[in-house]
Design a protein around this ligand. Structure first.
Ligand code: NDP
Length: 433
């Protein structure tokens, strides 16, 4: 614990994985002999840097930048950048650690990493965001590359930020190295379906869960938290599959719309106007806005937390169980605390962890890298089918691994064990490095 003092989220993420690995270690003593577990918890490299920039008033601002290159046994480090005032080393390390197992689970040749900054893009002009991104990349460029480390978006980093980051990388290196970042715009090396991929993938994963009992989304009431990239496209896919999302949120409050969230209006408020979710209710008769409070008080069959870590603790989990939720799938990274996960297990609620359920985003980033490497551009239909197939594969891997280790139906254990074994075997094959 002393080695990583104060990094609460990192401890939480490590404990969650290690709790699943008891049976694996008894079956495979070679992992202990090669100190794989100790090595896998230690990032290969951590970079912390100063990000100075000038705001519109001419004042010098200062932020801190991070990139944690966690594990490259399976491929180049891969994982997003988060711009949010809460970002510190403990958050970046928890996300990087999760990413190692998630990326392994996708079956694609990608290692795990994560980065970001405590910069808050809210209320900043485009020009300020651009200057910040340029300063951030002025340091980051020496650590990344198509074969080294390939960042993408996360909270606070979408198409606009990836554009400014890519522009600065290109300018400094004098290389049009498309594969150095993913989440790019369609006219400059991006992939169709990447924007939709995490939300769509989460819903595809839930669809697979439903199919195990002959069920479907048809007529299901769904609640989604957040209203950012993951949330919006989760809403879109739920509606396409016949369910109804009746509530979503942002950090200030939530909206309830029993007629089903109007997707075009939601996109206009959040993607075009970059406004607060309260403006959705202002524009939609029949919808109501609740300031503060918990979106998990809204009764539903299926809950998709798509905002941020630790948003569902025991009280929220109890509210969900009381409200009739039968499935909870994490679109965000670690939105459910350990006690929330235990509450779901005790109540018989099926729980799908983020490293399985939200892996569609990074998997589609790997598809973007494939297209960049072959200078190709696939159709929406083809790419979406690849995503759906990858999510079916992850679901299958979780369930068969859970069966192999005598914890049938346990998606947490299945995801952790399947993700771990592939990385551990590669680490042993590559020697003590
Ligand atoms: P966005 O920045 O697009 O959206 C984040 C949403 O969550 C916003 O509605 C935001 O509200 C809300 N939110 C953020 N922080 C908090 C907070 N502390 N309390 C309450 N609400 C909050 O991010 P993404 O949609 O990209 O990411 C959401 C989650 O999904 C994260 O956990 C991320 O790691 C995970 N994820 C994302 C992937 C991707 O491809 N984008 C891939 C895999 C996982 P507000 O605007 O008010 O801050």
């Amino acid at each position: 614990l002393g080695r990583n003092a104060g990094e609460q989220e990192f401890h939480q993420a490590v404990r969650e994985v290690l709790e699943s690995l008891g049976p694996v270690v008894s079956k495979h003593p070679e992992y202990v002999d090669a100190a794989v577990i100790r090595r896998i918890c230690e990032p290969e490299r951590q970079i912390i840097f100063r990000v100075p920039w000038t705001d519109d008033a001419g004042a010098v601002q200062l932020n801190r930048g991070f990139r944690v290159e966690f594990n490259s046994a399976l491929g180049p480090y891969k994982g997003g950048l988060r711009f949010h005032p809460s970002v510190y080393l403990g958050i970046v390390k928890f996300l990087g650690f999760e990413q190692v197992f998630k990326n392994s689970l996708t079956g694609m040749p990608i290692g795990g990493g994560k980065g970001g900054s405590d910069f808050d893009p809210k209320g900043r002009s485009d020009a300020e965001v651009m200057r910040f991104c340029q300063s951030f990349m002025t340091e980051l460029h020496r650590h990344i590359g198509e074969y080294t480390d390939v960042p993408a978006g996360d909270i606070g980093v979408g198409g606009r930020e990836i554009g400014y980051l890519f522009g600065q990388y290109k300018r400094i290196t004098n290389r049009y190295e498309s594969g150095v970042l993913t989440g790019k715009g369609l006219s400059w090396g991006g992939s169709l379906v990447r924007t939709e991929a995490t939300g769509y993938g989460t819903v595809f994963f839930v669809d697979e869960i439903l199919k195990t009992s002959g069920d479907s989304f048809d007529g299901k009431k769904v609640v989604v938290s957040g209203s950012g990239n993951v949330a919006i496209y989760a809403v879109e896919k739920v509606h396409q599959l016949g369910g109804a999302v009746v509530a979503c949120s942002d950090s200030a409050g939530y909206v309830v719309d029993e007629d089903g969230i109007d997707l075009e209006l939601l996109k206009d408020v959040k993607e075009v106007r970059r406004a607060r979710i309260s403006e959705y209710a202002d524009a939609r008769p029949g919808a109501r806005y609740v300031e503060g409070g918990s979106v998990w008080d809204v009764p539903c069959d299926i809950a998709l937390p798509c905002a941020t870590q630790n948003e569902i603790d025991e009280p929220e989990a109890i509210a969900l169980v009381k409200g009739g939720a039968k499935i909870v799938a994490e679109g965000a990274n670690m939105p459910c605390t350990p006690v929330a996960v235990r509450t779901f297990a005790d109540a018989g609620v099926v729980f799908a962890p983020g490293k399985a359920a939200n892996a569609g985003g990074v998997a589609t980033s790997a598809l973007e890298m494939q297209q960049n490497a072959s200078r190709d551009a696939w159709s929406f239909e083809h790419t979406e089918e690849r995503l759906a197939e990858i999510m079916r594969g992850i679901h299958h891997r979780c369930l068969t691994t859970a069966d192999d280790y005598d914890v049938p139906g346990n998606y947490v254990a299945g995801a952790n064990i399947a993700g771990f074994i592939k990385v551990a075997d590669a680490m042993i094959a590559l020697g003590v490095i």
